[in-house]
Design a protein around this ligand. Structure first.
Ligand SMILES: [Zn+2]
Length: 316
């Protein structure tokens, strides 16, 4: 099981800070958090309430704000220190049973008007692309985790039912390049990604750009370390230089991509930029061999210098 480590926490903290501009996306995200992390309570007079529990204060604040903005509901927030030894703190947000709760549960895709649990993801919530990625952000905040890129590559979201798990997997796989899989773990269903490129793409999709940078940097370092193990004679000093250069190239390329797009580069430069993004760990010689037509190491160096100049021009 992927344990909650600091990288997971960093990704969640980053995602919790994103507040969607559009009403549809706010609804999708809240629905996902509530679906993955919520419990429906049934009170004395058959009145239904909603209970959302999270280990992250930032997620709790986000849920509180979303409930208020989308439904004008003030959730009750309580904090419980669950385990003194593990210092685990849990944040609960409760929506008490009231007249509006049934329609809230319906709109969030949790219950049908007939008070049945809705088995999968409510279609209306994920009609557009913006909402689909917002839903995934909420799902990850609700019950997702990702292992630190220094260990193995693993990202997962746990669903309570098979139908929900399969819907989530299908939702991820609707985006190009993904091959999410599902497996059963005790009473739950785990939707997971195992491949580093897909995990990076997922982080991009849900908006975790800062965490993505950290992820990519460790991926480069890891690739470099593997290379060292292969090349016994490689000197550490040289290697550090290579790693530093690769990180700098990636920073430059991402900056250009973010500000003006890679298509603004001349074809030889954009080809190199894309190859570097796809292959953060390989060396200049290998990069040169992958170019069409292939070019030598000095040619590659020359092009990276040009990319650097362009990036420098974009830096504030
Ligand atoms: Zn939307």
């Amino acid at each position: 099981m992927a344990k909650i480590d600091s990288f997971s926490a960093a990704v969640k903290a980053e995602l919790a800070r994103i507040y969607p501009d559009k009403d549809c996306c706010r609804m999708a995200e809240l629905a996902a958090i509530a679906r993955l992390d919520g419990t429906v309570t049934i009170g004395r007079n058959q009145g239904m309430g909603l209970y959302i529990t999270t280990e992250y204060s930032a997620v709790a604040r986000k849920v509180y704000r979303l409930l208020k903005d989308q439904f004008f509901i003030e959730g009750e927030l309580t904090v419980k220190r669950q385990n003194r030894l593990k210092r685990r703190t849990l944040y609960h947000i409760r929506v008490a049973s009231c007249q509006e709760t049934p329609s809230l549960l319906w709109e969030l895709g949790i219950m049908t008007p007939e008070k049945q649990i809705l088995p999968g993801i409510k279609k209306e919530l994920i009609k557009t692309k913006c909402c689909r990625s917002s839903y995934l952000r909420g799902a990850f905040l609700g019950s997702g985790s990702v292992s630190s890129p220094e260990s193995d590559y693993h990202l997962e979201i746990t669903a309570s039912s098979e139908k929900l798990g399969k819907d989530l997997m299908a939702l991820i796989n609707r985006f190009p390049g993904f091959q999410a899989k599902i497996s059963r773990r005790k009473q739950s269903y785990v939707v997971y990604l195992k491949e580093s490129n897909q995990i990076a793409d997922f982080l991009t999709l849900v908006g975790a750009h800062g965490s993505l940078l950290e992820f990519e940097n460790s991926r480069v370092l890891k690739g470099m370390k593997n290379q060292v193990n292969r090349l016994v004679n490689c000197e550490t000093a040289n290697l550090e230089k290579t790693v530093e250069a690769a990180l700098r190239q990636l920073d430059n390329i991402r900056l250009i991509e973010e500000r003006v797009g890679l298509d603004s580069l001349s074809p030889p430069l954009s080809q190199l930029a894309r190859l570097r993004l796809e292959n953060p760990e390989i060396n200049l010689k290998e990069l040169g061999e992958m170019m069409r037509p292939p070019i030598g190491k000095s040619g590659i160096n020359h092009r990276f210098r040009k990319i650097e100049e362009i990036a420098e021009g974009l830096r504030p």
